[in-house]
Structure formats: structure tokens, C-alpha cells
Design a protein around this ligand. Structure first.
Ligand SMILES: C[S@@+](CC[C@H](N)C(=O)[O-])C[C@H]1O[C@@H](n2cnc3c(N)ncnc32)[C@H](O)[C@@H]1O
Length: 549
């Protein structure tokens, strides 16, 4: 007998077909309990085009504004600036899921009911993230979403459902959280042809989204294609140009992620690639034909585990795109000496108080991890270091090309760490430059050069070492050392933990839940990266001091 899951899938496949979706060389299939559904190869296709989805099926802000139920109420609020495009889509998903006769039902039924991103963690699971940026981001986002729900969403969603004919409605925060997670885990930035985003012909208004729930498999109600909006969606362009619009494309959104993607997607405006104008299609990036039932993954972008866990609810072990975020707390500047002058200098230099340090930067540092030449060539190059010229008293440091830290951030740290006498020297150098009347403002590069000439690197690097030490202490005080995390992962077993993390022998150890496992993988990465970048910063500091920088 057909399982309920299989029945839902069949209903969804019919719905896709009725709405013009073509599964040419692939099928949608349950992957595993961790990934959920995915797209798999089914037959070989000579042109590599595996799946074609007409874009009238995309759930975008335009689509919502066209919706007979949500459109009128939302347009007014959007015009008043009370709803942005993302919230429009999230509101639409919240309401559609609760409507009795939604045209999107076969699609919505296929979506997961719960998620594993950090917003869905239990209190205990969340504790595993203490000391990480993700812990703070999750707490803050939960608070913001709750406020948004109570202040705006609940009233509007309840009203829309009652307008739709429901006798009463009690939309909950969980309904909203569900829609929020659907949006963030499935929305794409879609490059729409301008003509499609702003159609002006009658013909463009005729196509429909159909529900296969109507008689004879045909829809008895229609949603027309997007029409013209005077104020545009996100980017206004001219005819023939591309308009980038965020939205969910049912079908394509069943692709799971892999850094080594087997496929990619594109928009076919004219239909020259697929025969379907204004469509999005999935095509194999290289290897074709695939072995039967190979999972066709795409890349969600170079995302570290922090972003993957926050948005998508999974992590990658040994993620090559992992990164560390380091910041100097904005509020702390008020407490440093000469904060006002330093803030002015920071602004003049367009200095950054935070930076992202991707793991790949380490390949070009003092202690590169052992990687093969091939891998080395694939990695991104470290940002070119600036070589300032001034009166030339300070020599260019020997480590200039081995320093892995972005100059925008080091500039900020140099400025914050400046001593009183250094500050006076910088000011007098800049006065010398612009003349006694100060007829012009010194340029960004000139201020940076002056600060470097006076201060060198050691003050900034010392501050960086301090920041990284504090970060490591926070992480370890909250959840133990790297070694203890490695030990915990070794002990992981049980069905919630991805296959490759289970322990084959079972000594009665408790299995780790999947969310806890993911938290440990993520925080272990943060500890490792902090330690490695700290080593780089300490070494650079030693060199700077010994070279008089
Ligand atoms: C765009 S959807 C892909 C379809 C999804 N698997 C489903 O069943 O609806 C993204 C979600 O798929 C899952 N996913 C995608 N790639 C994954 C991966 N490499 N490992 C684990 N889960 C993954 C995550 O739950 C993520 O939030």
C-alpha cells in the first residue's frame, strides 16, 4: 500500500505537471532523514537539462501582490513601507498553509513540518551554542521575530483567513516561524527578464497556476501571471535588462547542497535553451550521463557552518568554506582614550570594525595547513596587502604578503590602539599634508598611510591577539576545549546522527541528537579557526615588534 509520504509526492508530481514543470532527466525522491527529499538522476539527457520550471510558478513578492486574497491588503501596507518583500512572501506562506483550499496545497504538503535550524532548537540544544556568534544571533532573531509576529503578522494573517471564509482563526507564532524557515531555506535570488517582471501585454496576463485538485485534474481556479507594478520589486531596470527578485521556485527548491555541486540552475528568458520561455532550468555542470539515481546537488554558495546551521539547519564536516567572524565591539570604543578623535579617523579611513576570516586565508599565512598543490590553486588568494608610501621612514614589513588579516580591519585596530603621542603625530602629519588652512580633506589612503607611518602594526596586532584570546576563552568557558568536542563527536551514534559520524561499536553511550551533533561540529570549527588565526596573529606580532613595526 502507498505510504502517506508517497501519496503526497505523487500528488505534488501531478501538480508540477499540470503547471508545466518538466522533469526531463531527474526525479524527486526521499533522500534520507537528514536531508529529506532531493533530486536524483533518472535518465540521460543529451543537453544536460534535467528540470524545467516555468517562472509563473515562482513565489515572489509580485506573485503575492497578485494574489486575490493577500494582494489587496498587502499592497496598501507595502506602499506605506510596513511590509517588505521578504515579509510579504513569509506572510503569504503562513496564510496559504492554513487555507482550506489553497492552490499551493500539493506543494506545501511536501515541505517539512519542522526544521533543524537554530531557531528551532530546544533550550537545551541552544546551550550547546553558547559562546558562539550563532548563539547570540539566534536569541536576537527569536526576539525580533516574536515582536514582528505580535505587532504585525498575527492580526493581518488572522484577518486574511477570516476574509477567506474561515469562521475563526488563530495563527500561531509556530506557523510564522515555519514560513520564515521555508523562506530562508528555499528562496533564491532570481534574475528575471525585465519584460517578465513588468509585463505589459495582454498575452502575458493569461497563463495560470493550476491546482490539480480540480475536476478532471484541471484547475477550477486560476492565478494570473504577475502584472505591472509601478514601484517595481527590488531593482528597477529597463526593458531587456535583468531584475533580481527573491523567490521560491517549486521543484528547483528540492535540490540539496554540496560544495562539489553536480548541477546548477539558470533562467531561460527567451526559451532558447529549454523551449519554455521565462523558465528556470536545472542542468548538469559536467558529468552526464549520471549513474542511475545519483543525487543531483547544487551549491548554495560558499557558506560556512555558521550560515548553514542558521539558515538551512545542517553543517558540513570539514567544511572548506568555514570562516571565523572577529569584531571589535562598537560600544567599547566609547571607553578608549580619545574616542571622539579615533572615531573620526576610523570614518575617514573607512575602517571596518569586523572581519570575516575564511579558512582558506590560512593557506597563505605563516602556518599553512598541509594541502596539495591542486587544492592550493583552487583556493582564493589572500587579499592583497597595501603598501603605503609616505615619507618612507617606516620600512615595509617582511611579512606583508603573509599577513592573512584584511587591511580594513587592521586599519581599525591600529587606530583604536593608538597612544596619545601617536595620535598627535598623525594629526600633525595630516596637517602638513593639507596645509595650514586645511583647504582640503585628506583622502582615505592618506589617513591610512599616516596612521601606519606613525603606529606601525604592533599596536593593532596586539589588540587582535587580545580579541582572539577573548574569543577562544569565551568558547572554551561555554563548551569546553577542542579536545572535548572531538571526543564527543567520536562518541556520537544513533539514527539522528549522519551515517559517517556514528560509532560502530556501541558501549551504551547515549546517542547525540542531530541538533547537538551539528552544534558541536560548528563550535569545534570555531575553536579550531580561532586557535589557528590566533597563532597567525601572535607570530605577526612578534615579527612586527622585532622589525620595529
Ligand atoms: C532547498 S531545501 C532542499 C529540499 C529539502 N531536502 C526538502 O526535503 O524539502 C534545503 C533543505 O534541505 C536540507 N539539505 C540540503 N542540503 C543538505 C545537506 N547537504 N545535508 C543535510 N541537509 C541538507 C536542509 O534541511 C535544507 O534546509
Amino acid at each position: 500500500m502507498e505510504s502517506p509520504e508517497e501519496a503526497k509526492l505523487q500528488c505534488f508530481l501531478q501538480w508540477l505537471e499540470v503547471n508545466g514543470v518538466q522533469l526531463r532527466g531527474c526525479k524527486i525522491k526521499y533522500s534520507d532523514s537528514c536531508k529529506g527529499f532531493g533530486i536524483f538522476s533518472a535518465s540521460s539527457v543529451p543537453d544536460g537539462i534535467l528540470l524545467v520550471v516555468p517562472l509563473h510558478l515562482a513565489i515572489t513578492a509580485m506573485r503575492v501582490l497578485q494574489d486575490p486574497l493577500c494582494g489587496p491588503a498587502c499592497s496598501a501596507l507595502r506602499d506605506e513601507g510596513l511590509l517588505d518583500d521578504r515579509l510579504l512572501i513569509i506572510l503569504f506562506l503562513t496564510v496559504e498553509r492554513l487555507r482550506k483550499n489553497s492552490l499551493w496545497k500539493p506543494y506545501l504538503d511536501m515541505l517539512p513540518n519542522t526544521f533543524t535550524n537554530s531557531l528551532w532548537f530546544s533550550d537545551n540544544e541552544l546551550l550547546e551554542l553558547r559562546g558562539t556568534p550563532l548563539y547570540r544571533a539566534t536569541e536576537l532573531q527569536k526576539k525580533n521575530l516574536l515582536a514582528l509576529f505580535n505587532e504585525k503578522v498575527k492580526k493581518l494573517a488572522d484577518k486574511l483567513l477570516i476574509d477567506d471564509g474561515q469562521l475563526e482563526s488563530d495563527v500561531t507564532f509556530s506557523d510564522f516561524l515555519w514560513a520564515n524557515s521555508v523562506f530562508w531555506s528555499r528562496a533564491q535570488n532570481i534574475p528575471l527578464p525585465h519584460l517578465y517582471a513588468f509585463p505589459d501585454t495582454q498575452e502575458n496576463q493569461d497563463a495560470t497556476i493550476s491546482s490539480n485538485s480540480g475536476e478532471n485534474g484541471r484547475s477550477d481556479s486560476h492565478v494570473s501571471k504577475p502584472q505591472t507594478f509601478e514601484d517595481g520589486t527590488q531593482v528597477a531596470g529597463q526593458q531587456g535588462e535583468t531584475v533580481w527578485v527573491e523567490g521560491i521556485v517549486p521543484g528547483i527548491d528540492f535540490c540539496n547542497h554540496d560544495c562539489k555541486a553536480l548541477a546548477t540552475w539558470e533562467v531561460d528568458g527567451m526559451g532558447s535553451m529549454t523551449g519554455v520561455s521565462c523558465s528556470m532550468y536545472l542542468f548538469s555542470a559536467g558529468q552526464n550521463p549520471f549513474e542511475k539515481e545519483t543525487e543531483i546537488s547544487i551549491s548554495y554558495g560558499n557558506k560556512g557552518n555558521e550560515e548553514l546551521l542558521y539558515l538551512y539547519g545542517f553543517v558540513m564536516k570539514n567544511n572548506p568554506d568555514d570562516y571565523l567572524m572577529v569584531n571589535y565591539p562598537v560600544d567599547a570604543i566609547q571607553n578608549v582614550a580619545f574616542s571622539e578623535q579615533k572615531e573620526q579617523l576610523l570614518e575617514a579611513q573607512k575602517a571596518e570594525l569586523r572581519c570575516l576570516l575564511p579558512r582558506s586565508l590560512l593557506d597563505h599565512g605563516f602556518f599553512p595547513p598541509s594541502i596539495t598543490q591542486g587544492e592550493k590553486d583552487d583556493k582564493c588568494k589572500a587579499a592583497p596587502a597595501s603598501s603605503y608610501s609616505w615619507s618612507g621612514h617606516r620600512k615595509s614589513p617582511s611579512y606583508l604578503n603573509t599577513l592573512v588579516f584584511p587591511d580594513d580591519f587592521l586599519t581599525a585596530l591600529r587606530t583604536i590602539a593608538m597612544k596619545e603621542n601617536e595620535l598627535y603625530q598623525v594629526v600633525s602629519l595630516l596637517e602638513e599634508l593639507v596645509g595650514p588652512e586645511g583647504k582640503r580633506q585628506p583622502s582615505e589612503a592618506e589617513v591610512r598611510a599616516a596612521v601606519w607611518e606613525v603606529c606601525g602594526d604592533s599596536g593593532g596586532l596586539q589588540l587582535l591577539v587580545d580579541l582572539l584570546n577573548i574569543k577562544l576563552m569565551d568558547l572554551e568557558e561555554s563548551s569546553g576545549t577542542e579536545e572535548s568536542d572531538v571526543e564527543l563527536l567520536k562518541k556520537a551514534q544513533g539514527s539522528e546522527v549522519p551515517e559517517d559520524c556514528k560509532r560502530s561499536d556501541s558501549n551504551g553511550t547515549q546517542p547525540l541528537g542531530r541538533n547537538i551533533w551539528a552544534s558541536i561540529v560548528y563550535r569545534l570549527g570555531q575553536k579550531q579557526l580561532t586557535r589557528l588565526f590566533l597563532k597567525e596573529a601572535e607570530h605577526a606580532l612578534q615579527l612586527a615588534l622585532s622589525e620595529g613595526n
